[in-house]
Write a protein that binds this ligand. Sequence first.
Ligand SMILES: NC(=O)c1ccc[n+]([C@@H]2O[C@H](COP(=O)([O-])OP(=O)(O)OC[C@H]3O[C@@H](n4cnc5c(N)ncnc54)[C@H](OP(=O)(O)O)[C@@H]3O)[C@@H](O)[C@H]2O)c1
Length: 222
Amino acid sequence: MAKSGSHVVVVGGTKGIGRAVADALGEKAVVWSRERGVDATDSESVRVAAERLLVQQGAPWGLVHCVGDFYEAPLLSTEPLEFGKLIASNLTSALLVTQAIVPSMLAAKCGRVVLFAAAGAGKHRAMSRAPAYFAIKAALVHLARSLAAECAPSSVTVNVVSPGLVVHEHSHEASQRRILPRVPMGRLGTTAELAGVVRWLLSEQSGYMTGEDITVDGGLQL
Ligand SMILES: NC(=O)c1ccc[n+]([C@@H]2O[C@H](COP(=O)([O-])OP(=O)(O)OC[C@H]3O[C@@H](n4cnc5c(N)ncnc54)[C@H](OP(=O)(O)O)[C@@H]3O)[C@@H](O)[C@H]2O)c1
């Protein structure tokens, strides 16, 4: 197996926020997405991609997971099938990629993991706009904290970024338009603003921070 490198796996790096992260990283980015032949909800697909990566390039410095479908519906009319798909997209995929990659970081005794939740998910209150989605993102925040505790002795940090309303070509325009009047900054966030936070979390300078959930929402949760 090759030694640890400076490359960063960006899961979901072909669209939206993930693409901005991959663009900012340039040639250091190793992009995984279904379009690139990796389905992060499928354990075999992730296993094959991770094995290839670890043999060819060694342990990555960073893992950024930007996958996470959105779903708006009251809880009582949320279809079980949709609920299962949401769990797979937001939660199972995060667990599969961390299980496939993070052990190599622990062995290298360095690394950064960045997961994506959503602004407000970590708060103890009702999230009526998209309750199933926010409940699953809350589980992701909790999962990240436990992972951070498991990884801290090896100097691998695990943090969560929780965006508010971020505009890009696939963002949920109608839903964002309804919420926008409540954003104190009066505008949507950009993918570059999220990528900037991720870049800092991936840097050497962030090394003493782990298990945190960083909200980037123009003040929406204030
Ligand atoms: N945009 C916002 O306003 C906002 C707000 C709050 C939270 N978030 C969270 O921030 C993260 C990024 O959001 P985004 O809006 O940038 O997402 P997005 O535009 O939907 O992009 C998702 C990325 O993940 C990939 N992907 C989806 N399913 C996948 C799978 N099964 N396996 C591998 N790759 C998969 C997609 O590429 P392929 O289709 O090629 O697979 C794409 O590159 C998500 O976790 C989202 O829940 C976003």
